[in-house]
Ligand binder design. Structure first.
Ligand SMILES: N[C@@H](CCC(=O)N[C@@H](CS)C(=O)NCC(=O)O)C(=O)O
Length: 219
């Protein structure tokens, strides 16, 4: 399979983690968002939404939207499971994942940033305030759901990583890159650190990718 990815893409980060956890080999095709390669015809034919990631199976089956890809991989390669076995647990994990993937992350994407910059003419400080606001809102909401909940364990739901952790670590990584202090969200911070200590998560980190700019690469 071919996996279309970009180092800084948080949605690609999610799929990289799942591929690592499930030990699924994939040929990585790097699509440079900074060079607008996702808007070029080659990639637009694969995903007309012009967003990363995408996954193309050897038979041409094309998958897009990271959560749909994660669920596809989980059904096709069931071990280790990324969703709990009970309906209520699955609903909680999906809800936590959606808080990031559908609420927080879309407001931070390049297309939104481009609009703030080019159409609304917001200054850099205003754009940074926008990013910080929506990043913090999501962190606070995650902490509210995770802290003290009986289903929260070493990870967001129990003691194994799920879709919720996969989505959460990307959001927290965005916060860290904005130098937001995580201390006021201790549960989020603890789970983030637990997850990122796993090699499958660490290897998927934006700063550890083949296309990560050399000056930013994690040593
Ligand atoms: N909900 C989508 C988000 C996809 C998305 O926005 N990806 C970003 C990178 S993380 C992207 O390619 N953005 C291109 C743009 O905003 O122009 C998913 O989870 O796959």
């Amino acid at each position: 399979m071919k996996f279309f990815s970009f180092w800084r893409s948080l949605a690609s980060f999610r799929v990289r983690i799942a591929l690592n956890l499930k030990n699924i080999p994939a040929d990585i095709v790097l699509v440079d968002l900074d060079a607008d390669a996702h808007r070029a015809d080659d990639y637009r034919r694969i995903n007309p939404q012009m967003a990363l990631p995408a996954l193309v199976e050897d038979d041409g089956t094309t998958l897009f939207q990271s959560l749909a890809i994660l669920e596809y991989l989980d059904e096709k390669y069931p071990s280790p499971a990324l969703l709990p076995s009970d309906p209520a647990g699955r609903a909680r994990v999906r809800a936590l994942a959606l808080m990031v993937a559908c609420e927080g992350h879309p407001l931070l994407t390049p297309r939104v940033r481009r609009y703030l910059d080019h159409e609304l003419n917001l200054r850099d400080t205003q754009q940074a305030a926008w990013r910080r606001h929506w990043t913090v809102e999501t962190l606070a909401a995650l902490e509210g759901h995770l802290a003290g909940h009986k289903a929260t364990g070493r990870f967001c739901h129990g003691d194994q990583p799920t879709l919720a952790d996969i989505c959460m670590v990307g959001h927290v990584t965005a916060a860290v890159m904005q130098q937001i202090d995580l201390a006021i969200w201790p549960t989020v911070k603890r789970i983030f650190e637990t997850a990122m200590a796993l090699p499958e998560f660490a290897k998927a980190h934006p700063l550890a990718q083949p296309d990560t700019p050399e000056a930013m690469r994690k040593k």
